[in-house]
Design a protein around this ligand. Structure first.
Ligand code: GLA
Length: 732
């Protein structure tokens, strides 16, 4: 709910309301009922027509003159089959009257009336926030559209509150966050991310034709299959050129984004709660908020669009924002020990990790209950006394004495049937009474929509964090929902589970973080199954993928970076041959992982002295460039999808340092690597170059920004899975 505390200021002369003295991020022409929302990078305009319909007028590059915006006139019917409403780009259309496209909201009243026609009622501006109230033409179904403008970030967010101010209950059949409209036209191209377990965030590009393209999750979590992000261009955008419209939905449950081209050259993007199996009753006086849908426009390509999102996430979404710390170098025990954790084994790994320069030691699965494999123990969040006779205290003290923080894996939403928790509370899992309970990885999903389950999870984690010096939870979620029944809620209410589950998940994490302000959290769902701007408001990083094979990772990371900042992209160096049998050199694995939040997941007991020396060198190098990687601007120079050389460059926010990573997977005999043209440098400045391993063919410098960006650098990358990195320091 939004609480308005300030007063609306209207300039009587110009009848223009300005949101704030500095940026005028929201301007309102009261006489003409037009709003212009502006950031440094884009503008967005809406207006009310003489019938009271709220309509989208513009989304694109920044506008400065409100008078340019035309009067909002109702359209005429083209034919009896082409009603005006179909062409009017309504900002938040209900399903009612003569509307046949994807609605932003659809409802059923208790008496069966399903018609909903929303008209403008009122508005409020407070700083960078605008609320517009809509009301049904017939009864008190109230919808408030919330707009937040982020003037420095090129981002606008939208969400809606639906309120039942009538005297009778009604049910929502669809509740979306927003409908976005592209400038009318054809030839648009959609970019989206799809995948599966261990192959997340694969990039797809396809033309938008008439009809609907649906991106969604029906699995209860964000899911590996689609990620709630889109980008649309005219089919001509490249990494660093062309107009790109993009958006990201902040919801970690069933979500849907529908990209729709109508027969009238409209391209509409509607997103919010998935309508599949959706039914949300509202009693008189009740309301529901839809998730935030963030969107922006970038004039200079997909790279620019990503950089807008990255900065926005770092500074406005992640807990702590600007003040949050850079990610530490982490060690995780999973691939080394799987479930075979115990105090001496973890201590042995911790000793070795500390010597390499690791800063955060995370013990993964296997430490609790009767957890010796994936068949038992989930739900019993008590330390296994056989594996840790003195509890976690001894291990944590040892880790802390080595100068590292301690982190712990948990999977709080799950239960194995073979657990004390399930034996005590078989009714705590989601289920349809009397029907089978489908297991995946031998586990069932607790019904977090229940208050008692929510409380149990909070108490279990709070106890762990209160009794032990735990700085970090890796919060896992290793299966989707099935049989999402909630018998105690009754048939009319039980589909609220889809929403209430996610809200309670958010609430548990928020409460934990409030009580333990230093606690950090990693979101994991069998790798990247829960990555979205909703969970990112409350976690510090995410586990990108269970696939840690370095060459596969280049593609996963390229897709991930379309939407999400390198700072949150957890990436480990693991042992070879890896999952798919491929072996890449240790340096290659390090350099791939150093493009995000670096971690080590290898079995250090198997490392040779030579491996350890290289690891120590790479971690030290990472620490000298991590501010640039984690907080700088990313330029994707060469893509692993289209080239035998992949190259990514990061430039620090003060422009003083840049770092180039380059990888080659299969050189054809005697074919040189292409010249790599750098981006984002100052043409007039000169830079000192430092190559990690002497594979830089050019002079070590100093070289000018102009030369580096137009002539590029040449790298001696040869054979299979070669790699290198070059660090550029601006000469003062
Ligand atoms: C999931 C995670 C892994 C690991 C295992 C433990 O698969 O993605 O990183 O934590 O669970 O069971």
């Amino acid at each position: 709910m939004h609480h308005w505390v300030a007063v609306l200021v209207i300039s009587s002369l110009a009848l223009v309301t300005e949101s704030s003295a500095n940026a005028q991020s929201i301007r309102y022409d009261e006489a003409r009922h037009i709003w212009l929302l502006t950031t440094k990078q884009n503008s967005y305009a809406i207006g009310v027509d003489s019938n009271g319909a709220l309509r989208n007028l513009y989304w694109g590059a920044p506008l400065w003159r409100m008078d340019d915006l035309p009067p909002v006139l109702p359209r005429r019917e083209l034919s009896s089959f082409d009603p005006p409403q179909m062409m009017e780009n309504e900002e938040f259309p209900g399903w009612g009257g003569t509307r046949y496209f994807e609605p932003a909201i659809k409802m059923t009243r208790a008496d069966g009336d399903r018609d909903l026609v929303l008209k403008y009622a009122s508005q409020k501006i407070l700083g960078d926030k605008l609320d517009i109230d809509l009301k049904d033409i017939h009864d008190e179904v109230d919808v408030t559209l919330h707009y937040t403008v982020y003037p420095d970030y090129g981002i606008i967010s939208r969400s809606a509150t639906v309120r039942n101010s009538t005297a009778a209950p009604f049910t929502l059949d669809s509740a979306q966050s927003a409908t976005w409209y592209l400038p009318p036209g054809d030839g648009y191209q959609l970019t989206y991310l799809s995948g599966r377990w261990a192959a997340e965030t694969q990039i797809n590009r396809e033309p938008i034709h008439e009809g609907d393209k649906v991106l969604e999750s029906r699995k209860g979590h964000t899911s590996h299959n689609f990620n709630p992000w889109f980008a649309i261009d005219h089919g001509d955008a490249a990494e660093e050129s062309g107009s790109v419209w993009f958006g990201a939905l902040a919801w970690s449950g069933n979500w849907r984004i529908t990209v729709e081209q109508t027969p009238y050259r409209q391209v509409r993007v509607t997103g919010g709660f998935n309508t599949f199996d959706f039914q949300y009753p509202l009693n008189p006086g009740e309301s529901v908020d839809t998730p935030e849908f963030y969107a922006g426009y970038a004039a200079n390509g997909r790279g620019a669009a990503s950089r807008l999102l990255h900065r926005f996430e770092r500074e406005q979404i992640l807990p702590g924002g600007l003040t949050s710390r850079t990610r530490p170098v982490l060690y995780n025990s999973w691939e080394a020990t799987t479930f075979n954790v115990n105090e001496p084994g973890q201590i042995q790994l911790a000793d070795k990790a500390a010597k390499l320069g690791v800063e955060l030691f995370v013990m993964d699965d296997g430490w609790f209950g009767k957890r010796n494999n994936d068949r038992a123990g989930l739900g019993d969040w008590v330390v296994n006394p056989a594996k840790f006779p003195q509890g976690l205290t001894g291990l944590i003290k040892h880790v802390n004495d080595l100068g590292m923080d301690f982190g712990l894996w948990v999977e709080p939403e799950m239960v194995n049937p073979d657990s004390d928790l399930y034996r005590r509370h078989p009714d705590w899992v989601m289920n349809f009474a009397g029907r089978p309970r489908s297991e995946l990885r031998n586990q069932l999903v607790l019904n977090l929509a229940r208050d008692d389950v929510k409380e149990y999870i909070f108490q279990s984690l709070d106890k762990l964090a209160s009794e032990n010096n735990i700085k970090y939870f890796k919060w896992d979620m290793n299966r989707p929902f099935a049989e999402p029944g909630w018998p105690e809620a009754g048939p009319a209410n039980e589909r609220k589970l889809w929403i209430t589950y996610v809200r309670n998940l958010y609430e548990i994490i928020d409460r934990l973080r409030r009580k333990h302000p230093k606690l950090e959290i990693e979101s994991c769902s069998g790798g990247g199954g829960r990555v979205d701007l909703g969970i990112l408001r409350r976690v510090d990083e995410v586990w990108t993928s269970d696939n840690t094979e370095a060459f596969d990772r280049l593609r996963i990371q390229e897709g991930f970076s379309q939407a999400y900042a390198p700072k949150i992209m957890s990436a480990w160096v693991t042992d070879v041959p890896n999952q798919n049998g491929r072996s890449t050199p240790l340096q290659y694995r390090f350099l791939v992982a150093m493009q995000g939040a670096l971690g080590i997941g290898a079995n250090l007991n198997h490392w040779t002295d030579h491996d350890a020396a290289l690891g120590t060198k790479m971690i030290a190098l990472y620490k000298s460039i991590r501010n640039t990687v984690q907080l700088g601007d990313l330029y994707r120079l060469l893509s692993p999808i289209t080239n035998d050389v992949t190259a990514n460059q990061y430039v620090s926010s003060d422009g003083k340092q840049a770092v180039l990573f380059a990888f080659r997977h299969s050189q054809e005999f005697n074919t040189p690597a292409p010249a790599i043209l750098l981006h984002g440098l100052d043409e007039k400045a000169v830079y000192r170059l430092e190559s990690v391993d002497g594979k830089l063919i050019d002079r070590q410098g100093p070289l000018s920004g102009a030369y580096l960006m137009h002539n590029g650098v040449h790298l001696n990358l040869r054979g299979d899975f070669d790699s290198t990195a070059v660090v550029f320091e601006r000469v003062p």
